[in-house]
Design a protein around this ligand. Structure first.
Ligand code: AMP
Ligand code: MG
Length: 318
């Protein structure tokens, strides 16, 4: 059953994966309106299935406490990162999930190497960490707007024409370090079309409750559409690796993007396959001793073992 489910998921997400070593041209290779053979009318139920699956696996991940999962979400503005996080994580225990949103770096952050602020936010074992924007901004917005690089106060020998190739390598190495040490790195790029972005911006301008989401910078960034496309394409080509592949999730249909993201995350958790720890004979002995001690503490008139005596919360015993 679990195996069949894993196979089905794998078949669904395979077309979204960037094959390590391949040369990506976003415009040519990935259609923002792709939806495989899914239909909108089935989407609510499918997402619900995905959300429940994630809740189950997350509980096991936390209980096992050996692995962590880092989900990196990247997108062009209005790509749907916030909505994806809200929907996909709606069923999981908030204690086991941390969302970190990365904005323009602070003075303190700029005083460190460029990966520092991201390293400070990686999940602990047993946790799912979500990066809303991520270390990939360091080869995206920083590349499209080189004044960001000037602010990083790099010594001259750390700059120069090879800087982006070097950053790709450093990012790949860092992710390898994380995966080698039990932290899966899941990378999702929400792929929005230029026309759908225009539509979503218009909505933000039209609806008062969406106005706050719009900033003048959005229009400025939109003018650099082609530069971003190119930076995204190059980043996807250089940093989709066997240990941390990129997934390009079609984002023009929000319902599809959410199902896609849930499926990719679920597939990762299935691969880890965390288990509830079992208790060995010594620990079982300790449990029995604790039971005897608690039974002795029963006040006069109370049952030594309320569950055995039919307590309303009575549960089946191991
Ligand atoms: P938002 O996600 O809409 O709140 O916007 C966050 C802003 O922070 C975006 O305009 C990003 O381009 C910007 N940003 C995120 N990371 C970096 C970075 N490393 N360097 C410069 N700007 C960044
Ligand atoms: Mg924004």
């Amino acid at each position: 059953m679990a195996d069949k489910r894993a196979k089905r998921l794998e078949k669904f997400i395979r077309p979204l994966r960037v094959e390590p070593g391949s040369e990506v041209d976003l415009e040519r290779d990935f259609d923002p309106r792709y939806r495989g053979d899914l239909r909108k009318r089935d989407s609510a139920e499918l997402l619900q299935t995905g959300v429940s699956l994630l809740a189950e696996y997350q509980a096991r991940l936390a209980a096992q406490n050996t692995h962590g999962v880092l989900l990196c979400l990247q997108a062009i503005d209005a790509g749907g990162k916030d909505g994806t996080i809200r929907h996909v994580m709606s069923g999981v225990n908030p204690q086991g999930v941390h969302v970190s949103s990365f904005k323009v770096p602070s003075a303190e952050e700029l005083d460190h190497d460029y990966l520092w602020r991201y390293a400070c936010r990686v999940p602990a074992r047993g946790e799912i960490g979500i990066f809303n924007r991520s270390h990939y901004e360091e080869v995206l917005v920083v590349r499209v707007h080189p004044e960001n690089l000037d602010r990083q106060r790099l010594p001259p020998e750390s700059r120069g024409p090879g800087i982006w190739e070097r950053r790709y390598r450093e990012i790949n190495d860092w992710e390898r370090h994380l995966t080698d040490n039990g932290f899966a790195v899941v990378k999702i790029f929400l792929n929005l079309s230029q026309e759908e972005q225009r539509t979503r911006f218009m909505k933000r301008l039209d609806l008062p409750e969406k106005n706050w989401k719009f900033s003048a910078a959005d229009i400025r960034e939109r003018r650099r559409w082609d530069d971003y496309r190119e930076a995204f394409s190059e980043m996807l080509s250089a940093t989709s690796t066997a240990w941390a592949p990129w997934y390009v999730v079609p984002a023009d249909r929000k319902w599809f993007a959410r199902i896609g993201a849930a499926a990719i995350l679920a597939r990762t958790l299935m691969t880890i396959d965390p288990q509830y720890p079992t208790v060995d004979e010594r620990a079982r002995k300790e449990l029995r001793a604790a039971r005897r001690e608690l039974e002795k503490q029963a006040p006069v008139g109370a049952a030594a073992d309320p569950y055995a005596a039919g307590h309303p919360e009575s549960r089946r015993r191991r």
